[in-house]
Design a protein. Structure first.
Length: 167
């Protein structure tokens, strides 16, 4: 893995299979091994968006991580953690034991087949923005300049319920 100057990454966490809270706690501990966790949002209970019908609600959160891993290496590490948790990728937007999305990596803008930053749909999803707002409501999208708070105010927050800050 490439070593570089430390950057801050914002990572969205989600789970709706098995024991979501326990899985997210495990993921938080494992992510801390990739750098220094500098912030953790509350847990939010959210209705599934898209995908097969009948899925259970998700628990979602976000954290900020100061890391020396490059963005591609961090994404690979996130995918490795998902696999270690038991995630299998079969169908888009299916229920999952763990979902880790790299939302932002500093001010980096990347558009490759393997990685797009900022995450292409993050500023459209309340289940990503509500936890991000706990961490940094004034954080701006590197391309549009829109803040997390402004984006959250512009979209529907129906189905988003803050569950707990202590997890």
């Amino acid at each position: 893995m490439a070593v570089q100057v430390a950057n801050t990454a914002w990572i969205a966490l989600g789970a709706n299979l098995g024991e979501p809270r326990t899985t997210l706690q495990w993921a938080r501990q494992e992510l801390a091994k990739l750098g220094t966790v500098t912030g953790v949002s509350a847990l939010y209970r959210t209705a599934p968006m898209g995908g097969p019908r009948g899925q259970p609600d998700y628990l979602n959160a976000a954290l900020s991580l100061r890391t020396r891993l490059s963005a591609p290496d961090l994404l690979a590490a996130l995918h490795n953690l998902e696999t270690r948790a038991g995630r299998e990728r079969r169908e888009r937007w299916e229920a999952r034991i763990l979902d880790l999305d790299l939302i932002l990596y500093g001010e980096l803008v990347i558009d490759t087949p393997a990685l797009t930053l900022p995450h292409p749909r993050a500023w459209q999803r309340a289940f990503v923005l509500a936890p991000l707002a706990d961490l940094d409501p004034l954080r701006r999208h590197p391309e549009t300049g829109e803040s997390v708070r402004a984006a959250l105010d512009r979209i529907s927050v129906d189905g988003i319920l803050k569950e707990t800050s202590d997890w």
